[in-house]
Structure formats: structure tokens, C-alpha cells
Design a binder for this molecule. Structure first.
Ligand code: SF4
Length: 117
């Protein structure tokens, strides 16, 4: 799933939505270059009205986690090799359409859930 584009970006602050659960609260993300410096609830968001739970406050840590997966990986034996998005999507599509998926039964699945539940 692709993250939605920020609604408004003004210099070092972007209005966005937290995607960690189905509440999709409005958030204000302050940055210093690539680094997230703070995340606050967006009081102007019509649904969340400034609410922010502790999980969203830690999104900056997730963003800067050195172990964060930032691109598709292909398993090669016991290693994971980085590949491009086009290559990964093409391979998945070809596997799904040809029935050559390396796993049996389900070729494509979508998971939409809340980490809260
Ligand atoms: S994880 Fe928290 S801040 Fe994020 S959408 Fe859910 S309730 Fe809102």
C-alpha cells in the first residue's frame, strides 16, 4: 500500500495522517532535513481534532530505525538482496498471473489491519 501524499507541506512541517490504525488521525510532522523532530496531533483535522496516541508519537523512531526495510528484498538462499520496486512488482504480477508463485495456494493477498488489535 502506498502512503498518501502530505495534504500540505510548508517548509519544515507537513500535515499528514497516521496510518498505524483505522482511525487515521491527522498529524503535524516537523522535520529537520530528513530527520523527524516532532509529531503532534492536528487540531484542525475534522475527525481526530488533535488526538494523538503514543504509537503515532513514536513514528519518528520508526522512520529513522536503521533496520527499517526501505525497499523490496528478494530472498536468495538465507540472504535478502535489495531489488527495485518495478522489478518486485513485475515479478509478483508475473508469478500471480502465471500461477508460478513459489508458495502454494494463494498467490496474492492484501492485509489491512490495525496494529492495535
Ligand atoms: S495509531 Fe494512534 S494516532 Fe495513529 S491513527 Fe491510530 S489512534 Fe490515531
Amino acid at each position: 500500500m502506498r502512503a498518501p501524499a502530505p495534504r500540505v507541506t510548508t517548509g519544515e512541517m507537513a500535515l499528514h495522517t497516521c496510518m498505524l490504525c483505522e482511525a487515521v488521525c491527522g498529524i503535524r510532522v516537523d522535520t529537520d532535513g530528513e530527520r523527524v523532530t516532532s509529531i503532534r496531533g492536528d487540531a484542525d483535522d475534522p475527525f481526530s481534532r488533535g488526538h494523538l496516541c503514543p504509537k503515532a508519537a513514536a513514528l519518528g523512531d520508526v522512520s529513522s530505525d536503521p533496520d527499517r526495510v526501505r525497499q523490496p528484498l528478494r530472498r536468495v538462499g538465507d540472504r535478502f538482496v535489495p531489488i527495485g520496486w518495478d522489478e518486485a512488482l513485475d515479478e509478483q504480477l508475473v508469478d500471480a498471473l502465471s500461477g508460478n508463485a513459489s508458495f502454494s495456494g494463494v498467490a496474492v493477498t492484501v492485509s489491512a489491519e490495525s496494529p492495535s488489535s
